[in-house]
Design a protein around this ligand. Sequence first.
Ligand SMILES: NC(=O)c1ccc[n+]([C@@H]2O[C@H](COP(=O)([O-])OP(=O)(O)OC[C@H]3O[C@@H](n4cnc5c(N)ncnc54)[C@H](O)[C@@H]3O)[C@@H](O)[C@H]2O)c1
Length: 266
Amino acid sequence: MSDRLAGKRILVTGAAQGMGRAIAVMAAGQGAESVTITDLKAPGAEETADLVRAAGARASVVLADLTRAEDIRRMIEEAVSFAGGLDTLVNNAGVIDSVLMEGANFDTLDERVWDAVFDVNVRAAWLASQSAAPHLRASERGPSIVNSASVSGINGTQNAVAYGASKAALISLTKSTAVALAPRVRVNAFLPGAIATPMAMEFLDSVDDREYTMNHMTGAHLLPRFGEADEVAEVACFLASDAASFVTGAIYAVDGGTLAWRGLRA
Ligand SMILES: NC(=O)c1ccc[n+]([C@@H]2O[C@H](COP(=O)([O-])OP(=O)(O)OC[C@H]3O[C@@H](n4cnc5c(N)ncnc54)[C@H](O)[C@@H]3O)[C@@H](O)[C@H]2O)c1
């Protein structure tokens, strides 16, 4: 295992499971000094903290609802006071329409679901970045922000209209934040394709034709399978590391080749 995150004090949102957990644990394995884990879900967040400690870093848990501005500000303050500073903010938490509403599509989508998706996927990333900015600017340890966007922010989606629009907004926010925080703080995003996490599995369970949707999700990859959370964590940790010292405002696809073509493997 490399030590390319040596000394970094990292905060990962939505880290009770899925890619957030994978990023937190991999960061610890790559030498991070400390990792703060934020989520709504206490048991999952505590499990991630145990995994982070086992991988060699200090860990703390901040329970926070990222739809609430006061929770976001508290999350940043608690992370800073636990770690003595902040070098990396990973805005990973996200929600998709189908988790909040059964049968969500363009025609049925409820405006409250639209707002809730934007609250977590865009507004929380903006507020967390804004609150973290003074601490990141003060960091002497290669500060950066890493945002979790999606290929759905580039291509249209059938059953995730608010989600896709929110991820497009997050891509734009990534670039504006990179402009605002240059040259002190680098800001980048990664775009996962279909990754085998609880979110992807719940999405599959929510659609009428599970097999068709699954074939569509994996068949759209040039590498015709689901990606693994660790395959995305590798890229997130690279973007957070000093190995990416000349990378800012960039959008990295980790999508098995989805955005490279318009085809579908049989
Ligand atoms: N899984 C995929 O195929 C896929 C593809 C592209 C992008 N993404 C993005 O990657 C990120 C991680 O996805 P995942 O698949 O690991 O998701 P997941 O649903 O497995 O995990 C997301 C975590 O975010 C937390 N969260 C949600 N709302 C929150 C809130 N209001 N406050 C605090 N925490 C909250 C959840 O509790 C959960 O632990 C998300 O931003 C997602 O949109 C996922």
